[in-house]
Design a protein around this ligand. Structure first.
Ligand code: PEP
Ligand code: MG
Length: 894
């Protein structure tokens, strides 16, 4: 027979392992109680009880009895009765979910006070004013939180009393005044709800517990959960605990303490203390707290005792802990503990120090840090204050901080940066045309597009700061200005600051702090304790990870940088960027050619240029695999804009014949849905000679490198394949050219040919496709776009915010792999592909390859590598290591 569900646990009955049931706070209180720390006694109502309430609208029937029993134990322990007229026991009722949701749910203090017990409290404490103040606080909190009265009504009443008294804070109100206020509060409640403030203490308690349950679904809490990716169905526990008071005079007080400094990670206790105050006063910032050190002089005994408890907790949790404590007339109480939040730098420092102190081992130290923290440390940061209100918010597409003058086109960015000025390129959206400007600029800002838009992908690849989809901006390149919703106008030449980590834009130049970590990751040399901690964690990740990490890089410079950052090859070299700038006229000539001869001439001119590109990249990645993808985007992206061309022709007195011809071609090639049109492998099969030229350039580059004594390892990748027939044709063409180059050069060439899997059909028929592929590389950007039927260029900036708010998505599927849908296709394709070709190599080169959560999934799916933008490589290495550890931990516990 299964044990009946229990809904209430006394603190002494729980433990830290029970956080799912007791919430983080309840588990911490239980653990401290077991450790013998001075915790005011109490009990926890479980998350299960909350779940029952939230689904049925009623408390489980057993809850009342269990609460009554636990209350009786508490009353015995305290030697007092809840709300008894003489010397009453008072309790606090606080929320406490599995994951910390600070300030997002409700708390009610001083439960147990009523018209009779307020006098008892006055007598027992010897402080009448304190008793009345506690009572009016209870009515105020209860009235608002439990009975739903507008909080402002109470505030107004308090303000009127302050004005009458001529005092600016509540301390100026005496006991009599507070007693009056109490009556007024009670009338407000009666007027607003038609009900009296409940005098029965048990009634107060039960209603407060219910209000905390309900606050799980409050708007604040829901929004917070969506932002923090906390599931909606966990529910909150409720902690009922004997009240202790820090506001009984100068021998009392309240504070917070940390076992190490949570902002730097430095060893040694750290915290704040506020004499003669309750915890709420600290939160409300009523008075300034003093550094914890000052408690040494104020109350040496409590100070020493607190230090002992902090040490006990840190040794027990083997991590930074923080506590909230109260001193009531010289007696120390610990009210809460948890493994404390910390900054990114502190996380690395603390993990490293704890390992050196032999408190934890290297695996555990690695589990304590993460890729997001590492990424935050890698870039220069702005020193912002709350007063720095951003001009606009957008999608944080490529991290870092940049200051520069606004420019509205690529040419201007190039001109100004040649003159030594830092620029910010502002566009509605970017196209391949903007590439030179993106290279020249410090940052790119667009008003449209999401994390996988052109601007985002290219900027990330180059390590440029980028904020995209800042929808509140109206960009007017013709007038050379942009305007904000609030009416601010920013003109070309004005200075702005772009924060690609936060996704914000500020007017003017914000102060910048450089990053030592970024430098150390490239040089491999540590310059201080933080860089040492980071490099140590990475070295351990490298030693345990199974996933290889490659880079998405298209230039020798990016390839070299990626290698310095730890990439073991290139997983995606996009060749289309090599057809821009001066070479564009050659591409144009190829597209416009009327016959084979004209086209061949254009292709012949492109060949040596492509070959030189590949030689540089193969050299930078010598000895490591370089996966070169044949051209992917629709060709008309290389032709001038249709509208611009039409306007030019219409305005010309003697229309240019070339322009006329161009416009005809542009119109002929125009597609309603170019992303689903003539692109990828379709292009290679439709344009004679194009694929052959690219393969020849690759093969000749390999020959060149071999003759120079290098170890080139080029791999040829065919994009957007939907059926094995496409791949067979493309592969046959590639092998024909490779054989030609072998015959001409006499060199032996080993160039695997593989495909991207970026269409659902390709994934579903992976078993067939694997017959013709040496490797699969999952293009999860397109695979997400085509599986969901969502435009990667538009969706994130248009209705995604709504979807996130409504909880349809907890995160954009373009950012973190959708495991159930797109991820399932990946798993299926890997399995089906390997069943046919056991040597099939598998990797991911979509943006998800650099996303921490997705990396853990790809590890579990058994892929061989992830490939990502160079700057994401350190975090990817770290996460691949953490994924391997998490995997071992799960299989050990099976
Ligand atoms: C992809 O689709 O995931 C991919 C890597 O290709 P691209 O982003 O160039 O379309
Ligand atoms: Mg793609």
């Amino acid at each position: 027979m299964s044990k009946p569900t229990r809904y209430v646990y006394e603190f002494a009955e729980g433990s830290r392992e029970m956080a799912d049931l007791l919430g983080g706070k309840g588990a911490g209180l239980a653990e401290m109680t077991r450790l013998g720390l001075p915790v005011p006694p109490g009990f926890t109502v479980t998350t299960e009880a909350c779940k029952v309430y939230l689904t049925t609208g009623e408390e489980p029937p057993e809850l009342g009895i269990e609460e009554a029993r636990a209350l009786a134990v508490l009353e015995r322990a305290m030697g007092r009765t809840l709300g008894a007229p003489d010397d009453p026991l008072l309790v606090s009722v606080r929320s406490g979910a599995r994951f910390s949701m600070p300030g997002m749910m409700e708390t009610v203090l001083d439960i147990g006070l009523n018209d009779a017990s307020v006098t008892g409290l006055a007598k027992a404490s010897g402080q009448e004013r304190f008793a009345w103040d506690s009572y009016r606080r209870l009515i105020q909190m209860f009235g608002h939180t439990v009975m739903g009265v507008e909080g402002d009504l109470f505030e107004q009443a308090v303000a009127e009393h302050r004005t009458q008294r001529g005092t600016r804070d509540d301390h100026g109100l005496d006991a009599g005044e507070l007693a009056h206020l109490t009556d007024e509060f009670k009338s407000i409640i009666r007027r607003e709800t038609g009900e009296d403030f409940p005098q029965n203490p048990v009634d107060q308690l039960q209603r407060a517990v219910r209000a905390v349950f309900e606050s799980w679904n409050g708007e604040r809490a829901r929004l917070y959960r969506h932002r923090e990716h906390i599931p909606d169905d966990l529910g909150t526990a409720v902690n009922v605990q004997a009240m202790v008071f820090g506001n009984l005079g100068s021998d009392s007080g309240t504070g917070v303490a940390f076992t190490r400094d949570p902002s730097t990670g430095a060893r040694g206790t750290y915290g704040d203390y506020l004499p003669d105050a309750q915890g709420e006063d600290v939160v409300a910032g009523v008075r300034d707290a003093v550094p914890l050190d000052e408690l040494k002089a104020l109350d040496p005994r409590s100070y020493v005792e607190l230090g002992d408890h902090l040490r006990t907790l840190e040794n027990h949790y083997r991590d930074l802990c923080d506590v909230e404590f109260t001193i009531e007339r010289g007696r120390l109480w610990i009210l809460q503990t948890r493994v404390g939040k910390r900054t990114a730098a502190a996380a690395f420092h603390i993990a490293h120090d704890l390992r050196e102190e032999q408190t934890i081992d290297a695996d555990e130290a690695l589990a304590r840090v993460d890729g997001a923290a590492l990424t935050r440390l890698m870039f220069p940061r702005f020193e912002t204050t709350p007063a720095d209100v951003p001009l606009a918010h957008g999608v944080p597409a490529s991290p870092g901080a940049a200051v520069g003058v606004v420019v509205f086109d690529s040419a201007e960015a190039q001109r100004r940066s040649a003159a030594g000025q830092d620029t910010i390129l502002v566009r509605r959206e970017t196209t391949p045309d903007d590439l030179p400007g993106m290279i020249a600029a410090q940052a790119v800002l667009t008003s449209r597009g999401g994390k996988t838009s052109h601007a985002a992908v290219v900027a990330r690849g180059m390590g440029r700061v980028c904020v995209c989809g800042a929808e509140s901006l109206t960009v007017d390149p013709a007038a050379r200005r942009f305007t904000t919703d609030a009416g601010a106008v920013v003109r070309e030449g004005d200075t702005v600051s772009v924060d690609g980590t936060a996704g914000t834009v500020h007017l003017g130049a914000l102060p910048l702090t450089a990053s030592d970590v970024g430098r150390a990751l490239e040089t491999g040399a540590s310059t201080g304790s933080l860089t040492e901690a980071v490099l140590d964690a990475l070295a351990h990740a490298d030693s345990v990870r199974r996933l290889e990490v490659r880079a998405n890089a298209d230039t020798p410079e990016d390839a070299a940088r990626a290698r310095r950052l730890g990439a073991r090859g290139i997983g995606l070299c996009r060749t289309e960027h090599m057809f821009l700038g001066d070479r564009r006229t050659l591409v144009e000539a190829m597209i416009l050619a009327r016959d084979d001869t004209g086209r061949e001439r254009a292709l012949e001119a492109l060949l040596p240029l492509q070959r030189a590109d590949f030689i540089g990249i193969l050299e930078a990645m010598d000895g490591l695999p370089v996966t070169i993808r044949l051209i992917d985007p629709p060709l008309h992206e290389f032709l001038p804009d249709r509208t611009e061309l039409a306007v030019r022709l219409a305005g010309a007195t003697h229309p240019d014949v070339h322009d006329r011809e161009l416009l005809d071609t542009v119109e002929r090639m125009h597609e309603q849905n170019p992303m689903l049109g003539l692109r990828g492998v379709r292009l290679g099969l439709a344009v004679p000679g194009l694929m052959a030229m690219q393969v020849r350039a690759i093969a000749e580059a390999v020959v060149h490198r071999l003759r120079e004594g290098g170890r080139p390892r080029a791999e040829i990748m065919i994009p957007l394949v939907g059926t094995v027939e496409e791949l067979r044709l493309a592969r046959a063409e590639a092998e024909r050219v490779l054989a030609e180059v072998v015959a001409e050069s006499g060199e032996f060439l080993d160039c695997p040919v593989g495909t991207m899997i970026e269409l659902p059909r390709a994934a579903l028929t992976a078993g067939r496709i694997a017959e013709a592929a040496d490797f699969f590389s999952f293009g999860t950007n397109d695979l997400t776009q085509t599986t969901w039927g969502l435009s990667r260029d538009d969706a994130e900036a248009s209705f995604f915010p709504l979807y996130l708010d409504k909880g349809i998505f907890s995160v954009s599927p373009f950012e973190t792999i959708d495991q159930e849908g797109v991820g399932r296709l990946v798993e299926w394709a890997v399995e089906a592909g390997r069943a046919v070709n056991s040597r099939l190599e598998t990797g991911v080169c979509g943006e998800h390859g650099g996303d921490p959560e997705s990396i853990h999934f790809f590890h579990r799916a058994g892929l061989d590598y992830v490939s990502c933008s160079p700057f994401r490589i350190p975090a990817a290495r770290l996460e691949a290591g953490r994924a391997a550890l998490a995997d071992t931990a799960t299989s050990d516990s099976r």
